[in-house]
Design a protein around this ligand. Structure first.
Ligand SMILES: Cc1ncc(COP(=O)(O)O)c(C=O)c1O
Length: 481
């Protein structure tokens, strides 16, 4: 296939090999098919953007330690599917995928018969419809204005400020800005503060769309590995000193994907390091209200409480309520909020007023909406743990104290293969490597407990079947922790 030459960057053979991880079945069967499928996963989940130029077949064969014929046959399959284009003398590059539904890769919109275990994003609570009705009755109050609100409506800003104050961080409405989700808050912070080529410290693993955002800003993610039980603050401090990142990004409450929560003493120590190194930090609090063990108000104080001048906290209605609202907020020193608001109009002219009214209605209901939601996700977490103990007994699964997903240790680096295999069983799932800033983490799989019981049960049944069908499943021996 030929098409116009892409403007994207070129990926080297060794780097592509690192991204691919352990794509190959141990017995070496079906290698070309598996390589094509593994490359499709990388293309579809966005780690290799459209336009990326691929290494020459000879270079890739060398990097992967396979024959050139095998690479040619995998590339032929991808060309056939419309995912790779080539031109003599110009090489090959990634193109927009074909229209066939993909059963092995990752897609934002899976066909409805596929069970979506790729998104840890819950359905809306039943109270949302009533909140919409109440908001509709209040909308006329606002119709005699132009409706552009760079900082957001006063009422949700007031309610969010009150919640921070309750959590131990005295906050006034001028320290709050309404955004279109927390990803938007990160994008605003990147635009204001981080230039091309500058470094951004992230955890490894971390929320991948944040890393996508950092890369889209032409900044460089610098990853610090998380320990199994928490943050390695010695390494964070060393990286702050040595890499001098322009921004740091942390999820300290029910970290996605590990579910870890940073203790109050660790927050104090991290904040001290941030102040000392003068590193502006975006702390992503998207999951903070989903404490499945207790009242979120009994949790550790927000990171901002320890380093007010250096932290932008980004919150979201997406997990506590619904992603479709596209409502979030940021909390920072008033002067910084002002600068972020001033910089906003070139990107968007404010958040939708109607959705802000809906958000205000939901926030005003407080625990009447959130407490039953927390109980429900705690119940589904137990269901998923039990189902995995039954169908994937070799895995080690720690129960997180909050958030919406399990981070499963498969015991062997088979995550990409498993994601491809479950695709063939009609389940969309994301391999651990998607959460790795620079590839790897093939031993891990993130599984959300957001779906209703019947879908969750069917999904795990299929995942178990796919797991047993892999050529060399992990030996038994690990239990559910
Ligand atoms: C840690 C984290 N941050 C941000 C987001 C996206 O949030 P929003 O929908 O508010 O942009 C998610 C969604 O999965 C998430 O898990």
């Amino acid at each position: 296939m030929t098409s116009s030459l892409p403007a994207g960057s070129r990926i080297s053979g060794p780097r592509l090999a690192a991204f691919l991880g352990s794509w190959r079945r141990p017995d070496g069967r079906g290698a070309a098919v598996d390589l094509a499928a593994a490359l499709r996963v990388l293309f579809l989940d966005g780690r290799l953007p459209v336009g990326t130029r691929l290494p020459a077949e000879r270079e890739l064969a060398e990097a992967l330690g396979v024959s050139r014929t095998m690479i040619t046959s995998a590339m032929d399959a991808l060309r056939e599917a419309g995912m790779v284009a080539s031109r003599r003398g110009a090489g090959s590059w990634i193109t927009v995928p074909g229209k066939e539904p993909d059963r092995t890769g990752w897609s934002l919109h899976p066909p409805s018969e596929i069970i979506d275990m790729a998104h840890a994003s819950p359905f809306a609570p039943p109270e949302l419809a009533a909140a919409v009705d109440r908001a509709r009755l209040r909308l006329p109050e606002l119709l005699n204005s132009h409706g552009y609100q760079s900082f957001g409506l006063p009422e949700p800003r007031e309610l969010i400020a009150r919640r921070y104050t309750e959590r131990g961080l005295p906050t006034t409405p001028d320290q709050v800005m309404i955004t279109n989700g927390s990803q938007h808050a990160l994008t605003l912070a990147l635009r204001l503060h981080v230039g091309p080529g500058q470094r951004v410290l992230v955890d490894n693993p971390t929320y991948p769309t944040a890393v996508d955002g950092i890369r889209a800003a032409h900044a460089l993610p610098v990853a610090v590995a998380l320990d199994p039980d928490g943050w390695d603050l010695d390494s964070v401090e060393a990286t702050l000193r040595q890499a001098a990142p322009r921004l740091a990004y942390f999820v300290v409450d029910f970290q996605n994907p590990t579910g870890l929560r940073m203790s109050a003493p660790d927050r104090e120590r991290l904040a001290h390091a941030l102040r000392r190194s003068r590193t502006l930090t975006l702390v992503d609090e998207t999951l903070v209200e989903l404490d499945l063990e207790g009242d979120p108000l009994d949790g550790p104080p927000p990171l901002s409480a320890f380093a007010e001048d250096w932290v932008i906290a980004a919150g979201s209605a997406s997990k506590a309520y619904w992603g479709g609202l596209r409502m979030g907020w940021l909390r920072a020193p008033a002067e910084l909020v002002h600068r972020l608001g001033e910089s906003r109009p070139s990107m968007d002219l404010g958040s939708p007023v109607f959705e802000q009214l809906v958000l205000a209605e939901l926030l005003a209901e407080g625990d009447d909406v959130l407490a039953p939601r927390r109980r429900e996700f705690a119940r589904r977490r137990e269901l998923l743990v039990d189902l995995l103990a039954q169908h994937c007994p070799e895995w080690t699964v720690k129960r997180p104290s909050g958030g919406l997903n399990l981070w499963c240790d498969l015991g062997k680096p088979l995550s990409t293969q498993l994601a491809m295999a479950v695709g063939r069983h009609g389940v969309q799932a994301v391999p651990g490597s998607r959460f790795a800033a620079h590839g790897g983490l093939e031993q891990w799989m993130r599984l959300p407990y957001t779906l209703p019981d019947d879908q969750l049960t069917e999904a795990v049944l299929r995942i178990g079947a796919a797991w047993r069908g892999l050529a060399d499943p992990a030996p038994p021996g690990h239990g559910i922790a």
